[in-house]
Design a protein around this ligand. Sequence first.
Ligand code: UDP
Ligand code: MG
Length: 140
Amino acid sequence: MTTNKTFTMIKPEAVAAGHSGKIIDMIIAAGFKINGMKLTQLSKERAGAFYEVHKERPFYGELVAYMSSGPIVAMALEKENAVADFRKLIGATDPSEAADGTIRKKFAKSKAENAVHGSDSDENAAIEIAFHFAAGELVG
Ligand code: UDP
Ligand code: MG
């Protein structure tokens, strides 16, 4: 069963570079509805918890430092087939492998600093939305 919800963050280097507006435009143009949005900065503890699934990976320490290094824009999104369609819109993790026209192809600096996060399953989308938003902060 699909829930038609997904979660994204515009990552610190993309926010700092002033790309947030253009990225949000692309998300809306692709048919996503924004149910929640906030500018916030993750503490190291919160970034570590968000990416806990990657705890054993060699890049975990750098990922946590990077994701807590500056403001992010967190968004709860809605669209039919949201998780898969959003992964398609952002492109591959490594921008050198991302398809033309994708958000990562346009805005990512590297495989680590890759502009945006996208949930990888309906289950994780629900967990990630709840991690960032209280019920009263969401519409729809
Ligand atoms: N990442 C990294 N090095 C890698 C793989 C991933 O720094 O070799 C970072 C990158 O920021 C990525 C995040 O860790 O977006 C989560 O990795 P995942 O494999 O879940 O990629 P995603 O789902 O974001 O495409
Ligand atoms: Mg992932």
